[in-house]
Design a protein around this ligand. Structure first.
Ligand SMILES: CC(C)(COP(=O)(O)OP(=O)(O)OC[C@H]1O[C@@H](n2cnc3c(N)ncnc32)[C@H](O)[C@@H]1OP(=O)(O)O)[C@@H](O)C(=O)NCCC(=O)NCCS
Length: 154
């Protein structure tokens, strides 16, 4: 079986929630993303908006991604996009981040969206070049020091 076919996004439940909370990015990356447990608490608080999933490679948990779908939000950048993304430090650089974002974008299309957004903290060692590589482009907006990026799903 090739690498791509082993990757999958899985819902979080009693059997994998602890593994989700153990996902750790590198210490110097912690400034760029919230811990997974924090994101799951937000997902609990906003169950109709958050779309949290674990990234598996075969039976191994390698990362976490959370989409946000809030079509009625008055703020366009909050209506559809990637909310959180954490790939385990020792599993980065193997295509899992791209796979996770593609999964959120597929869900966005399935829900009828034509545009998706992401917010990132600029800075060395941050995810900016990753999102640019995937096709997101800065909109020129900024929120609390974060760059707003968008991608056309057309
Ligand atoms: C950013 C992050 C999600 C990338 O995940 P990843 O699994 O390492 O990325 P992938 O292996 O899928 O990389 C996809 C492409 O982006 C490139 N890329 C990944 N990270 C990059 C970076 N920091 N700078 C430049 N290019 C990068 C890869 O080289 C790859 O290019 P290719 O397709 O030409 O080979 C991961 O490094 C991470 O979890 N970082 C810490 C938390 C964080 O910043 N999250 C984002 C919050 S908004």
């Amino acid at each position: 079986m090739n690498q791509m076919s082993r990757m999958r996004l899985v819902e979080i439940g009693p059997d994998n929630v602890r593994a989700a909370c153990r996902i750790a990015v590198a210490p110097e990356q912690e400034q760029f993303v919230a811990p997974v447990a924090f994101s799951l608490a937000e997902a609990y608080a906003r169950p109709n908006v958050a779309w949290p999933r674990l990234v598996y490679d075969g039976d191994e948990v390698v990362g976490f991604v959370m989409g946000a779908f809030d079509p009625d939000s008055p703020v366009p950048m909050f209506r559809c996009g990637v909310w959180r993304l954490n790939i385990a430090a020792d599993r980065q650089g193997r295509g899992y981040g791209r796979f996770a974002v593609d999964g959120v974008l597929a869900e966005a299309r399935r829900r009828g969206n034509s545009r998706a957004t992401v917010l990132w903290v600029p800075g060395e060692g941050g995810p900016e070049d990753f999102y640019l590589k995937l096709g997101f482009r800065p909109t020129g907006e900024e929120l609390d020091g974060q760059v707003v990026g968008a991608i056309d799903l057309g």
